[in-house]
Design a protein around this ligand. Sequence first.
Ligand code: SF4
Length: 341
Amino acid sequence: MKIDIKSMNLEEQTAYLSTLGEPAFRARQIFIWLQGGAVSFHEMTNLPKALRTKLAECCWITKPEIVRRQVSKLDGTIKYLWRLSDGNCIETVLMRYHHGNTVCISSQVGCRMGCAFCASTLGGKVRDLTPAEMIDQVLFTQMDSGLSVSNIVLMGIGEPLDNFDTVIRFLELVNHPDGLHIGMRHISLSTCGLTEEIDKLAALRLQLTLSVSLHAPDDETRSRIMPINRAVGVERLFEACRRYFDCTGRRISYEYAMIDGVNDADWQADLLARRLRGTPGHINLIPLNEVKESPLKPSHRVAAFQKRLEEQGVTVTVRRKLGGDIDASCGQLRRKEMQRF
Ligand code: SF4
């Protein structure tokens, strides 16, 4: 088994290099190459040839292949379907905003959370991604598009907190001054509400934005569309969010996909406003992307729901729909590829 050296942090690479009798500065040189997107040790021209040969014998460097690349004619959004070294496919989306380019990355191959509105979960979870496979999504999107990425959202295929240690390692790598050096305040992590992991994340006091996929303020509705809610009710979720805020001082963003006749009633806006009282946070209303296999349809009450929340003092934004002419909804492209076989 060759070593996945790109998933290592600088300390681990230094320790590994010392087992080969190499000084610490060599590890830093390799780290810079890897986090800069090098795909072979032979490119690393500032290393002695013998070391490059040794590394090529013992280690490997991840390199995803592009299976499909869809570019929106409407807004320039680019959606990638990558093939990983074991043949599995994942998606990454590059979105172009006025404030900079944002990349939405996957954290797992598939997802086991079962949300009713999400195509990523239809085949279940296949496996967790590695730190290198997460970093590659940013690196190779930049290299292919020629655009530099300033913001990252962990909102693609998978539940990031279900792959906790890898995600924390990814954050360390992507934030490193010798790597992509993307600041924590430019990173958002989305969770369907794993409360124990929210507490673990809070304890790390990272300055990222935690985004909670809420989608309903009452247990009956939320349990219907998000199975995780049957284990952790809305009340316990909000308690964890309050603890997160108390610990980090970071305002939470609540994602709310507007679904026709399911979560868009006035009483649900009122309950949501009550739930948010006393916890700084804001609601991000999302026009639902239709999934062919799902009976859930987009709501036409987005503006009315927003107004009702705002009247009760809640900060609300409505997410601009990007990539409407491509399969922009998470998991759709991968699903199409899977159905070909
Ligand atoms: S919305 Fe997120 S957590 Fe829910 S099934 Fe999809 S990828 Fe998983």
